[in-house]
Write a protein that binds this ligand. Structure first.
Ligand code: NAD
Ligand code: UDP
Length: 312
């Protein structure tokens, strides 16, 4: 098949492209390189089955493809809050453009949505039926509401125009290739520990997250895309940790003498988050296989290689 991956030069997009190229598909990677990097897709640049297009999805584009994996959108709060209006445009106009493309060429359309549609959840763990608790005017709204309207658009194109959609709600995912300046918690702690700097826990560190390793997540993507189920489906690892526990785990793995310091908790930071993955288990026969300790080890190895002498 000919498959378009928007945001393909980013962290998850590039892992997805590895899977699709290895399976023998033709892949078009579309990216504006805001948080993506050519290094992530370097190994495919000379492959005749691979094409790279520098393009911003807020502008329309005409392509002929069989499937679209729509991932383009900065995922780290640091990057999506840098230019919040642009984040809204990427989610609204960008998703509209990609759905329009899917409609024109009758391509199956996969939306990378997020657990952030649940906001600061008052139901725990979060199942797909939960409608969420998002502050529409807060600092995270450009992303949270952006993804909520992206889901709305996908389902309206499905009902109104018969576009064949799949919607995944991704919970916090980590792994090799996260940028050193990504700003999300796993990469921050690893980089800080490798540089001998204090690990910055925001607030008292009692807030929880559930961390999924990248290869597990991509397996879930492929299964959903090739199933008959439209979604939305939660894909994530139900293992739930406090941020302080994560800091201690990274510290103990890299540099037991590293200091853990506390910084102010950003506004609207969700108190807890854990996916209910019953749907993924029963409908896709999917569940995560990489435990946190193992995934962290693989991620740390990747950061050590990239950071070279700067790493201890
Ligand atoms: P990332 O920031 O590494 O990748 C996003 C990619 O999209 C980058 O390559 C960036 O340059 C590109 N991009 C951004 N805006 C664009 C635009 N207007 N036009 C073209 N390209 C654009 O993030 P990621 O972690 O790989 O996340 C990929 C997708 O998965 C995102 O949609 C994100 O919202 C979603 N997601 C990720 C997580 C996670 O934990 N990693 C969790 C929930 C949802
Ligand atoms: N966090 C932290 N230190 C950091 C970066 C993040 O304590 O250096 C916290 C953040 O406040 C949040 C959690 O870690 O409670 C996860 O943050 P991240 O930005 O990775 O993802 P999200 O909040 O979008 O789930």
């Amino acid at each position: 098949m000919r498959i378009l991956v928007t945001g393909g030069a980013g962290f998850l997009g590039s892992h997805l492209i590895d899977r699709l190229m290895t399976a023998g598909h033709e892949v078009i990677c579309l990216d504006n390189f805001y948080t993506g990097n050519k290094r992530n897709i370097l190994q495919w640049l000379d492959n005749p089955n691979f094409e790279l297009i520098r393009h911003d999805i807020t502008e329309p584009i005409r392509l002929e493809v069989d499937q679209i994996y729509h991932l383009a959108c900065p995922a780290s709060p640091v990057h999506y809050q840098y230019n919040p209006v642009k984040t809204v445009k990427t989610n609204v106009m960008g998703t509209l453009n990609m759905l329009g493309l899917a409609k024109r060429v009758k391509a199956r359309f996969f939306l990378a949505s997020t657990s952030e549609v649940y906001g600061d959840p008052d139901v725990h763990p979060q199942s797909e039926e939960y409608r969420g608790n998002v502050n529409p005017i807060g600092l995270r709204a450009c992303y949270d509401e952006g993804k909520r309207i992206a889901e709305t658009l996908a389902f309206d194109y499905y009902r109104q125009n018969k576009v064949d959609i799949r919607v995944v709600r991704i919970f916090n995912t980590y792994g090799p290739r996260m940028l050193e300046n990504d700003g999300r918690v796993v990469s921050n702690f690893i980089v800080q520990a490798l540089q001998g700097k204090p690990l910055t826990v925001y607030g008292d560190g009692s807030q929880t997250r559930s961390f999924c390793y990248a290869s597990d997540l991509i397996e879930g993507f492929i299964r959903l895309m090739n199933s008959d189920y439209v979604g939305p489906v939660n894909i994530g690892n139900p293992g739930e940790y406090t941020i302080l526990q994560l800091a201690e785990a990274v510290r103990d793995m890299i540099n037991p003498n590293a200091e853990i310091i506390h910084e102010p908790l950003p506004s609207d930071d969700p108190r807890r988050r854990r996916p209910d993955i019953t749907k993924a288990k029963t409908l896709l026969d999917w569940e995560p296989t990489v435990p946190l300790a193992e995934g962290l080890k693989l991620t740390v190895e990747d950061f050590r290689k990239r950071m070279g002498d700067a790493a201890i």
